[in-house]
Write a protein that binds this ligand. Sequence first.
Ligand code: ADP
Ligand code: MG
Length: 624
Amino acid sequence: MATIQKLPPGVVNKIAAGEVIERPASVVKELMENAVDAGAQRIDVSVEKGGADLIRVADDGCGISADELHLAIESHATSKIYDAEDLFRVTTLGFRGEALASIAEISHLSLRSRVATSTSGVELEVYGGERREQVPVGGPVGTTLEIRNLFFNTPVRRKFMKTTQTEMGHISETFNRIALAHPERHFSLRHNQRVIHDLAPVSRWDERIAALFGRDLAESLIEVESSDEETRFAGYVADPSVNRGNNRLQYLLLNGRYIRDRSLQYALGEAYRGLLLTGRFPIAFLRLEVPPDIVDVNVHPTKLEVRFQDGARLYRQLLSGIRNKFLTLDLTPRASSDGEGSGAHDPVKAAHHQQELRDWATGQLTRSTHTAEPPLARESLDSAVPPFRPFGDDLNRTCNEMLTSPDSEGAAEGLPHAVRPPTSSEAALPLTAGVPLAGVQVHNRYLITESEDGVVVIDQHALHERVLYEQIRERVLAGSLEVQKLLIPQSVSLSPAEAAAVLEHRETLARLGISIEPFGGDTVLLSSHPAMVTRPDPAELLRQVADELVEGQRQPQPRDLLDELLHMISCKAAVKAGDPLAAEEVAALLQQRHLFQDTHHCPHGRPTALVFTCEELDRRFLRT
Ligand code: ADP
Ligand code: MG
């Protein structure tokens, strides 16, 4: 075997460069990050021929003093950390001190810099790791780096460079990520003398987003925020009607650093579950601020991936933050309009809608115009809710109450609405009174009704599934889900994996109204089920839940278990295509449609409804 020897610094730097500098865009990233770390308020990037000929990054940051200039291009020389402890409280973008050394090794580098305390600057050139004489130069405070002939002495890398256009695409993306993170600073990007971006400082983040990604996209953004003692998410997600075929428009900034995180992106997808068709991805711009000591940024050569101490908590925070926001909005789209001018964010309507949802969540929805009534005691409400069949009197009651005329209010001798059975005269009221409820079922599968501006065809299963999901979810979260106790607890035998899974998640299941006890071996004793769910039968429901839990354990990403189960249960419990419905059931279901904002897609992402606007019909009938 050959003798062991220490590698010369040039080889060490080339090896480091191999990891950090993959392509011209990597150089742009390192130089821009250095400028940001230097506190620059203005950062100008110029590129020739996709970065193959020239990359210049000029900043007005703190600069580097003449006596430290040579250190800047030495490996493991940094001004950003001092000891190993600092590694766990990194607040700068760089800290490894190897970028400039690596770049200098594989290019012709020129570094010009001046600090504010000096009347002149200095310039240093390095050719393939070989340093030239340092010379004084004039110029403003700040630093300018010019990189020419990248990869000139690493022919394999040079050969692997793609077309100018492709490399420029990567550079643009890199530029966007950094410019996005610092809206209060001025950034510009030029390619072959042409200005691609010139971004003036702005105080609002959505203005920077608009400047980079276009006004149209920015107009579809919904502000989201969620914080606890330690962490904070804030930013924007796009209205579900504006989405993409890939996840590239998902920008996650962790303490100002762009990162990719599979688990958080999965959470984002989950938040939109049922709102997007399969294969479509949400758009998001999110800032995540966490104390630096609960995240390790030193796990990936370009720091694109990080490791969180408690990833599961962040996952939940992101998911619930967005979900809760969606619950307060009216996201129902105008299917045939192209998203333009639909006035989807009418604040008055939104506030009204929000109130309805809140009322619904606390189980006291009465007539939508009716707000003066004192809230009901929860007990009376809970004990009054009869079992699901199949829409439950609960839904029919709501519907009937909506049809009650204001005058008949006192008729039930002070009994709260929710516990008062509908009188026969109320039940006989025509369904069209006051609210546009009329709808018919066709082929035991679709419901047809009219909307404000057209005709709506609804998939009965998909809609009912969505309605049940929202309804059960609201109650579970409010801790007011009605539970049906079994007269005689039922023993259910499961596979070993299933038994272990359901017992492990006993508490979650209890929140869903499914109470179980171990009963020896792989058998469990089932003593209750959610009252709203009467099919499949309780034992079968438990088996399906068990199956879902076991299946879920095989998935690599963490999931919101409760949400997963809610989806599953509502799917199983909903009416199926082929189920005939009574007129009141059709009416009740249609009425529910207006209570939940995202009923236009079932939880699997299939549309629940198609809208044909009058405009479109007029056109088809050649009326216009
Ligand atoms: P790191 O950023 O990890 O510290 P670099 O090799 O990128 O390592 O830079 C080395 C050092 O050079 C930095 O720590 C910083 O002190 C200095 N430096 C680099 N670029 C700039 C700049 N644009 N303005 C001021 N100082 C800079
Ligand atoms: Mg750096």
